[in-house]
Design a protein around this ligand. Structure first.
Ligand code: SF4
Length: 290
């Protein structure tokens, strides 16, 4: 078995954003509810050992909600995995709390940096603040100052990956993709990932699924962005799960999808849940190791 990364699920199902496409709400809860639970440290060590034996170099702290709502749990994870010396440790967040409560989060961020965290992955849908507000914070008047947050995190020593969900009406063609790439470059963002909004199979017809289906990129839109990257960029690498990495004028861009594709029978990542379960697919409950 060869895996790329070990995902650690932090926090609860709570989130401060209200994305209408929330993939977390389209996949099984797998024991994640509104109450934060103690991490099963014994099984976490097993997950780390298994990931290392399977060739994983990356740990990604992520969530079924927003992990930064529970900063103490992120610290607990980072302390527990330290002995395994994974070279790449990432935190996925919508970044909103970090920006809104910078003073509160600064000591945590410094501690996380010292515990080995190297990359902060910030989820977005656009380079424009109002567009991000419309989907992440429709209940609030303002989104955050993203360039300022990126600069502050850079100052602390973190690398930044912007993870942009491609939604019809937002980033959905080469013109907008080009502007997003320029925004990333001007903000000195190390990595930019483009992920078409996804609807997992067998998810029923909840409002989130219906919204995601309605706002998924049309085949021609997806093709336009991929052709643009092929023509304007330099293909650097193909990832085993189908993602492709490009360089475009010095900007790193990966175009990917966020669920294991049906044709891909290899294990892409291990997923550790705080209750001690180790899984390898977000969607299928049967994809469980222990
Ligand atoms: S930030 Fe992530 S977890 Fe929160 S609502 Fe949006 S997609 Fe869901």
């Amino acid at each position: 078995m060869r895996v790329h990364a070990l995902n650690l699920v932090a926090g609860t199902s709570a989130c401060n954003a209200r994305c209408p496409f929330c993939i977390s709400k389209m996949t099984p809860k797998n024991g994640i509810c509104l109450k934060a639970r103690k991490i099963n440290l014994r099984n976490l060590k097993k997950a780390c050992t298994l990931a290392k034996m399977s060739g994983a170099a990356t740990i990604k702290i992520t969530g079924k909600g927003e992990p930064t709502l529970y900063p103490w749990q992120i610290t607990e994870y980072l302390k527990a995995i330290k002995e395994f010396n994974f070279p790449l440790i990432e935190l996925q967040t919508n970044g909103i709390l970090l920006a809104q409560q910078w003073k509160k989060y600064l000591p945590y961020l410094n501690q996380w940096y010292n515990l080995g965290l190297n990359t902060i992955i910030i989820s977005i849908v656009h380079y424009d603040a109002e567009k991000n507000r419309q989907l992440f914070l429709p209940h609030e008047k303002q989104y955050t100052d993203l360039p300022e947050l990126i600069a502050q995190l850079h100052n602390l020593g973190f690398s930044i990956r912007l993870s942009c969900i491609l939604v019809n009406g937002f980033i959905c063609g080469k013109k907008e993709a080009g502007r997003l790439i320029r925004f990333a470059k001007n903000s000195n963002v190390e990595q930019l990932t483009l992920i078409p909004v996804t609807v997992p199979k067998e998810t029923g017809n909840s409002p989130i699924v219906l919204w995601a289906k309605k706002h998924a990129l049309k085949t021609a839109q997806g093709k336009e962005i991929r052709n643009y990257l092929e023509k304007q960029g330099h293909r650097l690498m193909e990832l085993p799960h189908g993602g492709v990495i490009y360089d475009l004028n010095g900007q790193n861009i990966c175009i990917a999808d966020c669920l294991t594709t049906p044709k891909d029978m290899r294990i892409r990542h291990l997923i550790f849940f705080p209750d001690g379960h180790i899984r390898y697919d977000w969607q299928y409950k049967g994809a469980v190791i222990l």
